[in-house]
Design a protein around this ligand. Structure first.
Ligand SMILES: [Ca+2]
Length: 643
């Protein structure tokens, strides 16, 4: 996985913690878009076009038809009765200038007004059953049907051939030709999710803590607490001995963000997390961590996991579970750190695939118990498969946020100089959520902010007496969607240099702490043992911001809904602009090759290092594609601006 790093056993002079490693918790590989694209036309009598085969299947030699008797699980999305009306309603209810601002609907009202009709659902079920497929429970939103069946039945239902391929270093299946549906269902079936298993969504750091055995050094509880005088002086543009990485506790970060002054704790607010897999150790991990960092323990019922009835095989691997639990722990402990009285619901998807992520997200929205949802996962943008669910969330007053990704514009991956074309991540690029980018945040011994700059880390590693060339290490995701046009709230605010011609949805919207060199203390059980790590990535920025939104909801005493229209209107006070691309901060440590596990030492980390590599990203005055409108630098200002 792209993000990994040697550990740093911590012996804090302030608190007796054991902090083992630094890692970005959100790593999206550079991938060619692998999703299914809408088809232009069907050329079979009695059939209507639905989706084209994934573009990559045209250039990939198949291993032959998938075994006819093998079983697959996927979802068939049913078109809402009024998609345009649903978008218009979500726009109006989220716009402070609209007469219907914040006049939210219940899930039942939403389905009755915009969802597929009962007869549409019945027609889709009849078709699937007629093809020999089994169907699961249709959610109250009538938005999709979970389906299980044989490859033979799938081939028959969709008039295609599912084939096996070797792709991304594993065996996958995908339709080898276009998918069609009976002509009578034209326009009623809108998408099929899960038949192309090459698209795996990503989250979670995979670093292995190796502690003092790897010669690591302590991390700092504040910026500059420890300096690596034993290392060689840093290469240009930095010089001298550099501090080591920082690992903040909630009290340090909250103080820097002005949270204590708000007097709010998130009481009465429920925040939802979407990820996949579950180890069931999170509540106890949060409590062990809370005791270490001085946060309150969870009360009974404050954290609930909602697991699926059946796990995908992915989530039966202990290594995969452990990887996803780093992210889930980070999510829960970031929310709990910022809003210690907020209730948390973890919606666990059965695996990192679109059909399961749809199920988990839709269940949170249909239950309508949460006021905020945070997503610290993503992948190559191919279809905006959650957009209709986010419209429903907006219509019910649920604020949705997503981390913007950890690989910048996806031109580079961690530790690699290989180049690809800039591309977008999903769901970060969805226009109906608040996309959270990242910053590097220096906090002093008295909890004041020493610096906050665009998160774009570049590293140089020394071999003998020679410093190597500068290599990408991790950066706030940002860019523009290839699928989605510019939403009205960005018009006139996002410069065309970022939105393109014609203008597209550009992201992120705002930013928060993300640099793993200025990271956050997280506790999680790995391989059966509780470990304390230092974690960064926009995987930290999104849930921490979700915690701050919980404070705002408590302040308002009501749901705030989709935040972007008001955020963009009140941008001058909601956030602080971040600009500048001159490297003026760095840390020194050791770097672990994510492929070989080899430790390289010493390593200089250039913070704000985008000027050292070619990139489509810029940190400039006003909106930019690293930090959006700017950083959530002061909780009181942010809360006031989104009320
Ligand atoms: Ca800026």
């Amino acid at each position: 996985m792209p993000f990994s790093d040697p550990s740093a056993r911590r012996r804090s002079s302030r608190r007796p913690l054991f902090v083992a490693l630094v890692a970005g918790a959100f790593a999206i590989p550079v991938m060619v878009a692998a999703g299914l694209q809408p088809a232009a036309a069907a050329n079979l009598p009695g059939r209507a076009a639905l989706l084209n085969a994934p573009a990559w299947t045209a250039t990939t030699t198949s291993l032959g038809p998938a075994p006819a008797a093998s079983t697959v699980s996927f979802s068939v999305a049913i078109a809402p009765r009024d998609a345009a009306g649903a978008q218009a309603f979500a726009d109006a209810v989220s716009d402070p200038r609209s007469a219907s601002y914040r006049h939210y609907l219940t899930p039942q009202q939403y389905t009755a007004r915009f969802g597929a009709t009962a007869s549409d659902v019945a027609a889709v079920l009849s078709w699937l059953h007629g093809a020999g497929l089994q169907t699961g429970t249709v959610p109250i939103s009538n938005s999709y049907v979970p389906v299980t069946g044989s490859i033979a039945a799938v081939n028959k239902a969709f008039g295609t051939t599912i084939k096996s391929y070797h792709r991304n270093n594993r065996q996958v299946i995908a339709p080898a030709s276009a998918l069609t549906v009976p002509a009578a269902l034209a326009g009623r079936v809108s998408d099929v999710l899960g038949l192309d298993t090459s698209q795996v969504y990503r989250s979670g750091a995979k670093a292995t803590p190796t502690g003092a055995s790897a010669g690591n050094i302590t991390c700092s509880t504040y910026w500059g607490e420890n300096t690596n005088t034993s290392y060689a002086t840093a290469p240009a543009p930095l010089s001298g001995n550099l501090p080591n990485r920082a690992c903040y506790t909630p009290s340090t970060l909250n103080a820097a963000r002005g949270i204590p002054a708000t007097g709010k704790t998130g009481a009465g607010v429920t925040v939802g997390i979407v990820l996949w897999c579950d180890s069931h150790t999170i509540p106890s991990d949060v409590n062990t961590w809370a005791a270490q960092v001085g946060s309150p323990a969870l009360t009974a019922g404050q954290f609930t996991a909602q697991d699926p009835a059946i796990w995908d095989v992915y989530c039966t691997s202990q290594a995969n579970i452990d990887n996803s639990m780093v992210e889930t722990a980070l999510d829960a402990e970031s929310i709990h750190g910022a809003a210690p009285d907020a209730t948390i619901i973890y919606a666990a998807a059965a695996g990192p695939y679109s059909n399961y992520l749809l199920t988990a997200t839709q269940s949170l929205v249909n239950a309508n118990q949460v006021q905020v949802i945070t997503n610290s996962w993503g992948g190559a943008e191919s279809t905006a498969f959650l957009h209709s669910v986010y419209l429903q969330a907006a219509s019910q007053g649920i604020s949705v946020m997503a981390s913007s990704g950890d690989d910048g514009d996806n031109t580079y991956t961690n530790g690699s100089a290989s180049k690809a074309r800039p591309s977008a991540d999903y769901p970060a690029s969805d226009s109906e959520l608040t996309s959270i980018g990242g910053t590097s945040l220096g906090i002093s011994s008295t909890n004041s902010v020493l610096f906050e700059q665009a998160w774009y880390d570049v590293i140089s590693r020394r071999s003998g007496t020679t410093w190597g060339s500068d290599v990408f290490y991790g950066a706030s995701g940002g860019g523009k969607s290839a699928l989605t046009s510019q939403p009205s709230y960005q018009a006139g605010i996002v410069p065309s240099t970022f939105s393109g011609h014609p203008a597209k949805r550009a992201y992120p919207d705002i930013a928060n702490i993300a640099d793993s060199q200025t990271g956050y203390v997280v506790g999680v059980t790995q391989a059966g043992a509780y470990t304390t790590l230092t974690v960064g990535g926009t995987s930290l920025a999104s849930p921490y911001t979700a915690g701050e939104v919980a404070l705002a909801i408590q302040t308002k005493g009501a749901r705030l809904g989709f935040l972007n229209p008001k955020l963009y209107l009140n941008r001058a006070t909601a956030v602080s602009d971040v600009s500048g691309s001159t490297v003026n901060e760095g840390t020194e440590g050791k770097w672990k090759n994510p492929s070989t596990g080899a430790i390289t030492e010493p390593t200089t980390y250039f913070l704000n290092g985008m000027s050292l590599l070619a990139s489509s990203q810029q940190s400039v005055a006003g909106w930019d594609n690293v930090t959006g409108l700017g950083a959530v630098s002061n909780a009181s200002n942010f809360i006031t601006a989104i009320q």
